[in-house]
Design a protein around this ligand. Structure first.
Ligand SMILES: [Zn+2]
Length: 277
């Protein structure tokens, strides 16, 4: 094989997505001796500030929030034993429809070609065998997640590189269980209005369409601790309230849709590196 370590690159939108979305595979593959590279596209400045302040509230300073979240991200990477952290440092665009979407320097407003060129540089430097990012809907429609998908797919095209490429997803069966746990643990999550839900692309995939199921339950504790490093963010506190055992039950198996492959590894597969080692 090549004269460099097998390499996994995960392209995420915000500090904390690496933990919630791919904490299991980052920890597992690091433990298997694979080099792991995390690219975080935005500074997370639209996240919660100290005391749970929200963007636009008095006392919410996006620059201070970004600085705090950078420290949290570094701590999370230490827990997950990420080999290299690369930050593109675009401004967090906030949720769809927020004014921050169009603020100067926002990731959402950045031309795809510009972000792709910067990511292409990292692809050439690290030569990943496996690249993971979000699906075209950014899993749940967040503009920065959608943009991460767009720049990743464009960067791959720019370089002509052909790693295995995956989009994170969730099985619908699990989304059901998720709803049950949300109710049990009192998350401030409401059943979506059926009319609104009908207009939104459905989250996740039917179980039979998922190509790749990676068992990371042995790394559930690390994934939990990585998320705990991001405890300043309200939505993470809810998951942390579950405790390690329930958290691992819910998030222990990470699922992906394989969208590019040069190995011919049979599907469904249980390893992002199937066919590569
Ligand atoms: Zn995010």
């Amino acid at each position: 094989m090549a004269d460099r370590p097998l390499t996994l690159m995960a392209v995420h939108a915000h500090p904390d997505d690496e933990a919630s979305g791919t904490g299991g595979v980052l920890a597992r593959y690091a433990a298997e001796g694979i080099r792991t590279v995390l690219v975080t596209c935005t500074d997370g400045g639209c996240g919660d500030g100290p005391g749970g302040t929200k963007p636009g509230d008095p006392g919410h300073d996006p620059a201070a929030v970004a600085a705090m979240r950078r420290k949290e991200l570094e701590a999370s990477c230490e827990v997950l034993k990420v080999s290299h952290l690369e930050m593109l440092d675009y401004a967090d665009s906030g949720m769809m429809g927020w004014e921050a979407n169009d603020a100067p320097g926002s990731f959402w407003r950045t031309p795809v070609a510009e972000g792709a060129a910067r990511l292409a540089e990292l692809l050439r430097r690290y030569q990943p065998d496996v690249v993971v990012t979000y699906d075209e809907n950014g899993f749940y429609g967040h503009p920065d997640h959608i943009q991460a998908n767009r720049i990743t797919m464009a960067a791959l095209e720019l370089t002509g590189m052909t790693p295995k490429v995956y989009w994170t997803t969730a099985p619908r069966s699990m989304m059901q269980r998720f709803g049950e746990l949300m109710r049990e643990f009192g998350g401030d999550w409401e059943e979506p209005d059926p009319a609104e839900a009908a207009e939104m692309p459905e989250i996740g995939l039917p179980d039979e369409e998922i190509t790749t199921w990676v068992d990371t339950t042995a790394f559930g504790s690390q994934k939990f601790d990585a998320l705990a490093a991001h405890a300043s963010q309200g939505e993470n506190i809810f998951f942390l309230r579950m405790g390690k055992e329930r958290f691992t039950e819910l998030w222990g198996v990470e699922t992906f849709l394989r969208v590019q492959d040069g190995t011919g590894a049979a599907l469904p597969e249980n390893d992002l590196f199937a066919g590569l080692r």
